[in-house]
Write a new protein. Structure first.
Length: 218
């Protein structure tokens, strides 16, 4: 059974925990994302739902491309697709080791849940191809025209960054001017991402959802 409601995310703990327990039903996930809440499984604990006090976002106007990335882009070593192999992208993200993390938060349940979202046209992926090889990718969730980037991976240098740039170009062409990266990492910070207060983020999320942008599909 889907979760009927979540507490107001402004009431989250100092660590950003909004709720504990529940399921990964499609309706539960939609309810969560519409309130700026996302799941983050922790081994040995019931399912945790987060809305951190500071939220990582990337304003497209602030996008910064280091010289090395500009050079990599000019080489045109990769081709890009959207939603060509979501399953392979999320599996690649799940199996990529992360510095300082002993395991992955992309559990089998998460993988199955987001694959269901993809089949419903809610979760989307961008693939970077080196010939026929999947060299990297990124996936995320589109809820009412607001986009949350979930995870990315690479098997060849710059493949994930260039896949993210391809995603940004696609979203920008559809009228979006920012995306939610949830938690700042050095990787996205170097591209221009920043942290904003939770209340500012929630206001911006609702304003973007109200625009009802169509980010994917015809």
């Amino acid at each position: 059974m889907p979760v009927a409601s979540f507490p107001d995310p402004r009431s989250a703990t100092a660590e950003g925990i909004v709720a504990i327990g529940g399921d990964l039903h499609v309706d539960t996930l939609l309810l969560a994302y519409r309130q700026g809440i996302f799941p983050w499984p922790v081994e040995g604990l019931p399912l945790l739902w987060f809305c951190p006090p500071e939220r990582g976002i990337l304003d497209f106007a602030d996008l910064h491309m280091p010289r090395s990335l500009v050079a990599a882009r000019r080489r045109r070593a990769f081709s890009f697709t959207i939603d060509a192999d979501f399953a392979a992208v999320i599996a690649g993200c799940a199996h990529t080791p992360r510095p300082g993390q002993p395991g992955t938060w992309i559990t089998r349940d998460i993988l199955n849940a987001y694959t269901r979202l993809h089949r419903l046209g809610i979760a989307h992926s961008v693939e970077a191809w080196f010939g026929a090889e999947l060299a990297g990718g990124v996936y995320g969730v589109d809820v009412d025209g607001a986009f949350a980037a979930e995870s990315m991976f690479y098997r060849r240098p710059n493949a994930s960054k260039l896949a993210l740039l391809h995603l940004i170009e696609h979203l920008r062409a559809r009228g979006l001017d920012w995306l939610d990266v949830q938690v700042l990492t050095p990787h996205v910070e170097r591209l221009g991402a920043k942290a904003i207060r939770r209340d500012v983020f929630l206001h911006r999320l609702q304003a973007t959802r109200a625009r009802r942008l169509r980010l994917f599909g015809a």
